[in-house]
Design a protein. Sequence first.
Length: 267
Amino acid sequence: MAGYFEAINLGKTYKTPGGDAVIVQGFDLEMKEGEFVCIIGHSGCGKSTVLSMVAGLNEITEGSVILGGREIDGAGPDRGVVFQAPCLLPWMTARENVMLGVEQVFYHATKEERAQIGEYYLAAVGLSGAMDKRPAELSGGMRQRVGLARAFALSPKMLLLDEPFGMLDKLTKFELQGVLLDLWNRERLTAMMITHDVDEAIYLADRVVMMTNGPAASVGDVLTIDLERPRDRKAIMTTDRYRQYREHLVGFLEKCELERPVHEEAA
């Protein structure tokens, strides 16, 4: 039986003056509905390229992406995307930034119903008192909360997150990981997240996909994270199972690091 999400022989090649540059090749991944998968790998291995192809923001060179039984063709509101920088419109309030998507997706609903959707998700990410502030009035963590609210408010088939907490300090990152998990536990969206953080991947994911070095990067290994949900960070970090997961992921990354060309490491 096919998965809810499938990346089939996915590949991305760029034309350059020196010839074809193959970034990703033969990337295969199947996900169940409601599954949370993190993708890790060294910089330049094509993680974000995979996510941007799934989002429909980067043309697929070869292969295909199936979501909910249909092949994707370009971007669409069935995929909610959260970037490292939330890309909010600076002249709009937090509420207005969220409502942009809500009004397009739920055009058939009444104005009051649409407003309730926006307010619900802004409250869910802890911004009840900041809905009418503009991005310049919000901290980096608060702006990313708006980004999460905006993505979830679309009720997408899939949530795509490209290192959403990569630019935040450790405390804010932990807080936002908790906000994300709380929302995900309520909605159980199928989620794909790019991260460099091994501990973040273990804490959030049902499975961690490890990508090989580029060029022509693909899936090198997949680790199932068998930890009960909801998860308590402090509790799981003291377990032998967590230590084993961490050793497995770090070992894979260290092996990839040793295999990287010297000129690539210096770049």
